[in-house]
Design a protein around this ligand. Structure first.
Ligand code: NI
Length: 167
């Protein structure tokens, strides 16, 4: 296992679209281990493969509280098949360190994906888990938190992040 470098906005690699995983093989399992180690070290509640420069359709989420045992969820080739309701949540992103912004998402989603054993599953989620699934799924499409903001906020965040990288 290894802690990988998390790409920060505006790195253009964050805009790349992930390609489907052909087989859940040793390479993918090793990538999942690296991603988990990287996410827990950050620390964060979600990480998409594209955030460490791997253009494969895979993200992980662990929304367990600090005083709860870890609950790592793996989503390979995810597909959000339904969205209902609206929810506004203050989101952060490991690719936007130090920044949190209110983002509007669907309140409930149903996602289909493969687990780390390569078995298909379907999950209906709401609350923080629904937010995290939509946020991480966006990463696989090359879409970022900043894209959900209004023009003025988007400019401010862009400037903050551009300045941060230049320092
Ligand atoms: Ni993110």
């Amino acid at each position: 296992m290894a802690i990988r470098t998390i790409l920060h906005y505006p790195d253009p690699r964050l805009r790349e679209k992930a390609l489907p995983v052909e087989a859940v093989d040793a390479r993918i399992l090793s990538l999942i281990n690296d991603m988990a180690e990287t996410m827990y070290a950050a620390p964060g509640v979600g990480l998409a493969a594209t955030q460490i420069g791997e253009t494969v359709a895979l993200f992980i989420i662990d929304i367990a509280d600090d005083d709860e045992p870890s609950d790592l969820r793996v989503f390979i080739n995810p597909d959000i098949v339904s969205k209902t309701g609206k929810l506004c949540f203050r989101e952060g992103c490991l690719s936007f360190p130090g920044i949190t912004e209110d983002v509007e998402r669907a309140a409930q989603v149903t996602v289909r994906a493969l687990d780390r054993d390569g078995n298909p599953f379907e999950l209906t989620a709401d609350g923080l888990l629904a937010v995290a699934i939509q946020h991480e799924n966006d990463h696989l499409l090359g879409k970022l938190m900043i894209d959900h903001l209004g023009l003025i906020k988007r400019r401010i965040v862009h400037r903050q992040m551009s300045k941060r990288d230049a320092d």
